[in-house]
Design a protein around this ligand. Structure first.
Ligand code: G6P
Length: 490
C-alpha cells in the first residue's frame, strides 16, 4: 500500500528520466546556480513546461551531483521554482556510489554501448563479478525511481519513462501500481538480437521484461522498434503482433500485449527561430565569421564529444577532402564543436584527447599563415551552436549510430542561406531526411570526403530548396506534439 501525503497533490502525469530539466552546481559565491541539462531528451521534454496539459505533471529525475543533492534536500520532496519553469521536479537523492555504478557503470558503459554497437568485441565486453555488482546498483537505482513514481502518481495516472537508464522501471512499477498507464520511450537505437545477445541471458531477459512491463514502448524510428520486437522474440520467445503491412505493432508475452509506437521527435521550430535571432547569437556569428575569414565556406558539426558521434572519422574525411581536392585549401574551414560529455568515463576522456590530437594534426599539416583549417571549440555554448547553424554552408552529421540526431533537424530550421546536409544513414533522422540530405556510410571515410566535396559544390538555389524541404520534415513532430501524441496513445 502506498499512501499519498495529503499536502501534496497526486500527479495525473509523471515523467521519469535520469537527467531532469534542471541541474544545480555551486557558484563561485557559494550559492546554488541552476543550469539546463543537455541532450535530445531534455530538448524534447522541456516542452511540457510550456504545455497546459503538463501543468499538473511531476518530473522524477536523479540528483546528478552535490549541487542537485543540496537543492533537493533544501526543497523537500519536490522542487518547484523559477529554475524548473514552475514545474514540479522530484530529484532522487540516490547514494553517490549506487548512482555512479548504475549511471556510469551500467547505463553509459554497457547499455549505451550495446544499443550503439560501440564495443570492440575481441577485447570487450567481459561480464564478470564487478559487472554483477554494478548490475545490482542498476536494479537498486531503477527501484528507487519506481518507488518515487508510485508515490507521486495519482490513481490511473499516465507515466512516461525515458530511456535505457530506466529500462526496468515499467515492470517494477506495474508490480507496485497496476492501476497506472505506463509508457517507456527509447531515445537511443535498439540493438539487433545478434548484438543484444552479448549481454548475459538473465540481464537481457530482465531488460526486455522491464520494458514489456509497460502498456506501450516507444521508439524514434521504425528500425529501432523492429529491433526491439526481434529481441523479444529471440531472447524471450515472445510473440510479435504485426499490422496489415507486416510491421511490428505489439509484443505479446505472458498474457499481456505491449503496444509499440514510433514517434520521431522533431525540432522545436518556433523556439529555435526566435532564439537564433537574439543578440548573443548575432555577436557569436560575427566572431565566427572573423575566425573563418572572408569568402570562405564553413563545414559545421556540433556534437557532444560522444563515441557514437564519429567525430574522428569526420576529421579524417575532412583531411581527405583537403588532400584529394586541393582547390578547397584556404577556401573552407571545418568548424567543429565537440562539447564535453560523460567525462567520468576514461574512454570518453581518451576520445576527447584523440579528437583534439587529430584536429591539431590537420592544422599542422595544411594550415597556412592566414588559414586554420579546423576551428575546434570544446566549451559548451548553445548561442554559438546556433550561430554556426545559421552560417553553415555544409553540416556534417555522421554518427556511427544515433537514435535520431537533432542537430540534423535543427540546422535546416535556422539556416540563413541554405545548408547542404551530409548525414549518416545510421542516424534515425535519415529515415525522415534521407531524400534531401547527402547520406553516407559513417565508416567510409572516402565516401564521406566525396560527400563533403559534393555538398560544397551544390548549387546555391538547389541548396536553399533542399533546406526548405529539410526544415519542413524536421519540424513535422515538434517536441510538444511528440509528447502529447504519446500521452494520447497511452
Ligand atoms: C542522449 C540520451 C539522454 C541523455 C543525453 C545526454 O540523448 O538519450 O538520455 O540525457 O544523451 O547524456 P548524459 O549522459 O549527459 O545525460
Amino acid at each position: 500500500e502506498h499512501v499519498h501525503p495529503a499536502s501534496i497533490a497526486a500527479a495525473p502525469i509523471v515523467v521519469a528520466s535520469n537527467r531532469g530539466p534542471v541541474s544545480y552546481r555551486r557558484g563561485e559565491d557559494g550559492t546554488l546556480v541552476a543550469g539546463r541539462g543537455g541532450g535530445g531528451l531534455v530538448s524534447g521534454l522541456s516542452s511540457i513546461q510550456r504545455d497546459a496539459e503538463g501543468g499538473a505533471a511531476v518530473w522524477v529525475c536523479a540528483a546528478l551531483g552535490e549541487g542537485d543533492r543540496e537543492a533537493a534536500r533544501a526543497a523537500g520532496r519536490r522542487l518547484a521554482t523559477a529554475d524548473t519553469g514552475g514545474h514540479h521536479v522530484r530529484m532522487l537523492d540516490i547514494p553517490p556510489d549506487t548512482f555512479a555504478a548504475a549511471y556510469n557503470g551500467i547505463a553509459n558503459s554497457v547499455l549505451w554501448f550495446v544499443h550503439h554497437m560501440l564495443y570492440q568485441t575481441p577485447l570487450e565486453p567481459t561480464f564478470d563479478r564487478e559487472f554483477r555488482a554494478r548490475w545490482a546498483a542498476y536494479e537498486e537505482y531503477n527501484a528507487a525511481f519506481a518507488d518515487a513514481v508510485a508515490e507521486e502518481a495519482a490513481q490511473g495516472a499516465a507515466v512516461l519513462v525515458q530511456d535505457y537508464h530506466l529500462a526496468l522501471v515499467p515492470g517494477l512499477l506495474r508490480a507496485r501500481r497496476p492501476d497506472l498507464r505506463i509508457g517507456h520511450f527509447s531515445h537511443t537505437p535498439w540493438a539487433p538480437p545478434d548484438y543484444f545477445r552479448m549481454l548475459p541471458d538473465d540481464v537481457a531477459g530482465q531488460l526486455l521484461r522491464g520494458v514489456l512491463g509497460g502498456d506501450r514502448a516507444g521508439f524514434l524510428t521504425r528500425r529501432w522498434a523492429e529491433a526491439f520486437a526481434a529481441c523479444c522474440a529471440d531472447v524471450l520467445g515472445a510473440e510479435v503482433v504485426r499490422d496489415g503491412e507486416g510491421r511490428a505493432d505489439g509484443v505479446r508475452f505472458e498474457g499481456r500485449t505491449t503496444r509499440l509506437g514510433v514517434h520521431g521527435l522533431g525540432a522545436d521550430g518556433d523556439f529555435l527561430r526566435e532564439r537564433a535571432h537574439r543578440a548573443d547569437v548575432e555577436e557569436r556569428m560575427a566572431a565566427l565569421r572573423s575566425q573563418i575569414g572572408p569568402g570562405r565556406r564553413a563545414i559545421v558539426r556540433v556534437d557532444r564529444t560522444e563515441l557514437s558521434k564519429n567525430i574522428v572519422r569526420g576529421l579524417y574525411a575532412y583531411r581527405r577532402l583537403l588532400e584529394e581536392h586541393p582547390q578547397w585549401r584556404e577556401r573552407v574551414v571545418h568548424v567543429a564543436f565537440a562539447y564535453p560529455s560523460r567525462q567520468d568515463l576514461a574512454v570518453y576522456r581518451d576520445y576527447t584527447a584523440e579528437v583534439e590530437r587529430v584536429a591539431r594534426g590537420i592544422n599542422a599539416e595544411f594550415g597556412t599563415e592566414g588559414w586554420e583549417p579546423v576551428a575546434l571549440h570544446v566549451k559548451d555554448d548553445f548561442a554559438r551552436s546556433l550561430a554556426a547553424y545559421r552560417l553553415a554552408d555544409v553540416a556534417l552529421v555522421n554518427p556511427i549510430r544515433d537514435g535520431m540526431n537533432l542537430v540534423a533537424k535543427e540546422v535546416p530550421v535556422v539556416s540563413d542561406h541554405g545548408c547542404a546536409l551530409v548525414l549518416s544513414r545510421e542516424a534515425g533522422a535519415a529515415a525522415e531526411l534521407g531524400d534531401e540530405a547527402i547520406t553516407v556510410n559513417p565508416y567510409d571515410v572516402e565516401a564521406t570526403a566525396r560527400a563533403l566535396h559534393l555538398a560544397l559544390l551544390m548549387d546555391p538555389g538547389e541548396r536553399a530548396e533542399r533546406t526548405k524541404r529539410l526544415a519542413a520534415a524536421a519540424t513535422a513532430l515538434p517536441p510538444a506534439r511528440w509528447f502529447t501524441d504519446q500521452l494520447r496513445a497511452l
